[in-house]
Design a protein around this ligand. Structure first.
Ligand SMILES: *[C@@H]1O[C@H](CO)[C@@H](O)[C@H](O)[C@H]1NC(C)=O
Ligand SMILES: *[C@@H]1O[C@H](CO)[C@@H](O)[C@H](O)[C@H]1NC(C)=O
Ligand SMILES: *[C@@H]1O[C@H](CO)[C@@H](O)[C@H](O)[C@H]1NC(C)=O
Ligand SMILES: *[C@@H]1O[C@H](CO)[C@@H](O)[C@H](O)[C@H]1NC(C)=O
Ligand SMILES: *[C@@H]1O[C@H](CO)[C@@H](O)[C@H](O)[C@H]1NC(C)=O
Ligand SMILES: *[C@@H]1O[C@H](CO)[C@@H](O)[C@H](O)[C@H]1NC(C)=O
Ligand SMILES: CC(=O)N[C@H]1CO[C@H](CO)[C@@H](O)[C@@H]1O
Length: 398
């Protein structure tokens, strides 16, 4: 009786373990894919923004840049962050002598999203930033500060408590363009990451040991499962959000001088946006990625508006975005996926994010049936795989 019950208990716990593995199979972020979805969260463009964990409840979004850290040197020499209705310096406690909000209540949300294999990064800048550097050494000190406040360093003040973010995004739209490469290189150095600028770029740590066999790797390619929160082996991603007119006036130079993992090119609010097919210039960005970028394996994302309300101009519907996505998956080896501004508008717009992710995964699998694109995520892939005939775009202009 006792033996039986122990056996039954073991049996059921084995069954429930298997079930939970099937249902909660963690898919680590993979920068080499052609169907990643990065969606900004923080600025509440739709006026109904929910908690971060709300948006990472399902498998749709892979990367959440938190928007924004918008003042580099605020009161008391600390930067200032603003996450609109979720956390800001006016409605939440600030660290003494600073205007830096203590958003430590977000730590559990951030860790929850990370535990699902998603990246949570911090975006610096934004349209109204008070940002910029006057020297390389100022940029390097700021990198040290950011490293200690948000990444692998330590500080008595940590705006997101014990959460360690997965990297940074530079959405630089004002100030002076100089010295950002020094900033990025310093972050790489603090993380013990260097990118060999050879054709066959490979990540090395600063003592020259090839890390491709460990957890870090130049293209940001992770050997899934493992980084957890072991900060010493954690790979920190660095992205930028240039405007589509090439080269970008603010971050263009840094992109050639320092290794970034991806660019989320803003193909909205610009003459070369998705609403202007004759001026659309992904080919220029692809060519730049391979020939001029400091990281020749950098990934280029198509940045799109989440709804017609989230951009002044340039919003196009999901079918139209997918026309561009399929073209890019087919033609451009640098293509990495789609970026959306922002989570609240995409959700409000009939789950624009879900429509795009589902269609991107389906088309990647169709185009590359021999590449196991989602190796350790069988259950997730299968449910996401909805094969529907593509509707011809209604908004695609001549
Ligand atoms: C930040 O907020 C948390 C939660 O309220 C609190 O426990 C912590 O002491 C605060 N940190 C500082 C440095 O004030
Ligand atoms: C490429 O890497 C090799 C081996 O690490 C090195 O000998 C060579 O100088 C590098 N080439 C360039 C252009 O950096
Ligand atoms: C180089 O770094 C690796 C990985 O961090 C470490 O195992 C090794 O001991 C280091 N070697 C030297 C000479 O510092
Ligand atoms: C991933 O890591 C495991 C364990 O370290 C290793 O056996 C495997 O070969 C790695 N896979 C790839 C694709 O690097
Ligand atoms: C990861 O973080 C959790 C919670 O912060 C902690 O309990 C756990 O020990 C950490 N694991 C590692 C490997 O550091
Ligand atoms: C970087 O390397 C140094 C020296 O090996 C080590 O002390 C430090 O913990 C490493 N930092 C990270 C983030 O891996
Ligand atoms: C890159 C990689 O690990 N690919 C593997 C994915 O899984 C299949 C079998 O399920 C292997 O054959 C591949 O080598």
């Amino acid at each position: 009786m006792l033996i039986m019950s122990t056996f039954m208990q073991s049996f059921f716990s084995l069954v429930s373990l298997i079930l939970s593995c099937l249902l909660h199979d963690v898919v680590a972020f993979d920068n080499s894919r052609k169907d990643n979805l990065a969606v900004y969260w923080g600025q509440d463009s739709a006026g109904n923004q929910k908690s971060l964990s709300f948006y990472c409840a399902d498998d749709t979004i892979d990367v959440f840049p938190l928007a924004f850290l918008y003042i580099f040197r605020g009161t008391g020499g600390e930067p200032v962050i603003d996450l609109a209705n979720i956390c800001n310096q006016w409605d939440d406690p600030v660290f003494p002598g600073t205007a830096l909000a203590n958003c430590s209540f977000l730590a559990s949300d951030i860790k929850e999203c990370q535990s699902k294999g998603k990246l949570v990064t911090l975006s610096l800048g934004g349209a109204t930033g008070e940002i910029g550097f006057s020297s390389d050494s100022q940029a390097q000190s700021f990198a040290d500060q950011i490293w200690n406040l948000f990444l692998g360093g330590s500080s008595t003040i940590r705006p997101f408590g014990d959460a360690v973010l997965d990297g940074l995004d530079l959405d630089i739209e004002s100030g002076t363009p100089a010295h950002y490469a020094a900033f990025v290189n310093r972050i790489r150095s603090l993380a013990n990451e260097t990118v060999n600028l050879n054709e066959t770029a490979s990540a090395q740590n600063t003592n020259g040991t090839d890390l491709s066999t460990s957890l870090k790797d130049s293209t940001g390619l992770h050997n899934s499962t493992s980084d957890k929160n072991a900060t010493s082996n954690k790979y920190y991603y660095i992205t930028a959000a240039p405007q589509c007119p090439f080269p970008d006036a603010y971050i263009g130079a840094a992109l050639n001088e320092a290794p970034f993992d991806a660019v989320y090119v803003q193909f909205y609010n610009n003459y070369c946006g998705l609403d202007q097919p004759s001026e659309y210039n992904f080919a220029t960005w692809d060519n730049w990625a391979k020939t001029q970028s400091a990281n020749p394996n950098i990934k280029v994302y198509i940045g799109a508006a989440g709804s017609s309300d989230s951009a002044g101009e340039g919003y196009v519907d999901a079918d139209t975005v997918m026309n561009y996505v399929i073209g890019a998956q087919e033609q451009y080896s640098s293509f990495g996926g789609v970026m959306l501004w922002d989570a609240s508008t995409a959700y409000t717009n009939n789950r624009f994010d879900l429509a795009l992710k589902t269609a991107m995964v389906a088309s990647a699998e169709k185009l590359f049936p021999n590449e196991v694109l989602r190796n350790d995520s069988t259950t997730v892939t299968k449910t996401a795989l909805v094969k529907e005939p593509r509707v011809k775009s209604r908004v695609f202009r001549e």
